[in-house]
Design a protein around this ligand. Sequence first.
Ligand SMILES: Cc1cc2nc3c(=O)[nH]c(=O)nc-3n(C[C@H](O)[C@H](O)[C@H](O)COP(=O)(O)OP(=O)(O)OC[C@H]3O[C@@H](n4cnc5c(N)ncnc54)[C@H](O)[C@@H]3O)c2cc1C
Length: 375
Amino acid sequence: GLAAGAHARSANYIEAIGMDAAGVRLRNTVTGAEFSFEADIVVNTSGPWTDLTNTALGQTSTFMGGTKGSHIVLDNPELLAATGGREIFFEHKDGRIVLIYPLAGRVLVGTTDLEHDMTQPALCTEGEVDYFFDLVKHVFPDVAVNRSEIVFRFAGVRPLPRHDDEAPGFVSRDYRIESRPLGARPGTLLSLVGGKWTTFRALAEHLSGDILALLGRTRVVSTAGLPIGGGRNFPATDAAHRVWIAANGDEVGASRADELLTRYGTRAVDVIDFITAEPDAVLQHHADYSRREIEFLAATESVVHLTDLVLRRTSMAFRGELSLALLEELAGVLAPVLGWDSARGAAELDLAVDVLRDRHGVDLTTVDAASASRA
Ligand SMILES: Cc1cc2nc3c(=O)[nH]c(=O)nc-3n(C[C@H](O)[C@H](O)[C@H](O)COP(=O)(O)OP(=O)(O)OC[C@H]3O[C@@H](n4cnc5c(N)ncnc54)[C@H](O)[C@@H]3O)c2cc1C
């Protein structure tokens, strides 16, 4: 069967579970295999789980005090039109900054700031949904929203520092780096406390600077200012965009090239190379994706579970585009690339159905029944 850790901690399959004289004990949560890894400096960047990880490493800490934030995604064309394409950030009645955000043809509504026990999964509750409907009403009193329009829910825990007196919504979003001896063997355990997506590069530079200092080395390469991923050479003007499409749309066509540029940035060049190397076909149950595109993601984006593909490598779940038939089709495309036999394929399908229902409020048995009755 699939390891429970894969449910508990998404998209990370090597877990630090202990520390002894041989080093940090690591476990592959898919295969269950365990091994030790020796290092002079161990860096704990496990986000809101940082204290749990330190405890597992034998260095109990109380650095973290993350708050849970939930979101819902609404398929409500009237609300989408009401936003006029604008991202609306505003102060709600409780003084918290909340958002109504048109995205990918849907409307994202969030968030909350609630204390959370990290040994439990973070879920978006009915009470939070009521809060979201209340804040939508606050801005758009004439637009009706209801629960049947929620296509996806998700919750995460912010990696905030412990806060004893401050109200959850007002805790500092700054970060710091804590240093401790490793304990079981000579060396240093660094813990990252806090941080945001918007600060990740500065933070990584700071953290790697601290590590270099501990190792007594000097930095030989700096990536400050280096564009990465799909942002590298991204065509930023209309003219540059036309040039890019003309240069890359020959084989797949201009509109498909444009779609892939939007989805992957300039990494679309690699996607186009891959999908045109062999015959391709549009997915039977999702007209915007092709089989070769899914194979590309499977081969290059560290996909381990079907849930990785639908929740994180694509926005299919986020947009409410999944069906049982699509999940089955995707599992069939992944199987030969990832070496799944039929039992593993079936287990992946079951896992995806469970995670979507239990974590994201998506019940695919009713989704399929509803689309069948509309058809
Ligand atoms: C509701 C919400 C809204 C947010 N809004 C914004 C925003 O608007 N702007 C912004 O910049 N940031 C925002 N953030 C913050 C941003 O998401 C986080 O700062 C960022 O994800 C932190 O990245 P990280 O890599 O440090 O931690 P994470 O992304 O949490 O990654 C930690 C990883 O460690 C893994 N892990 C846990 N335990 C172990 C172990 N024992 N061994 C190995 N691995 C382990 C976990 O599985 C996880 O993959 C928001 C967060 C939330 C929850």
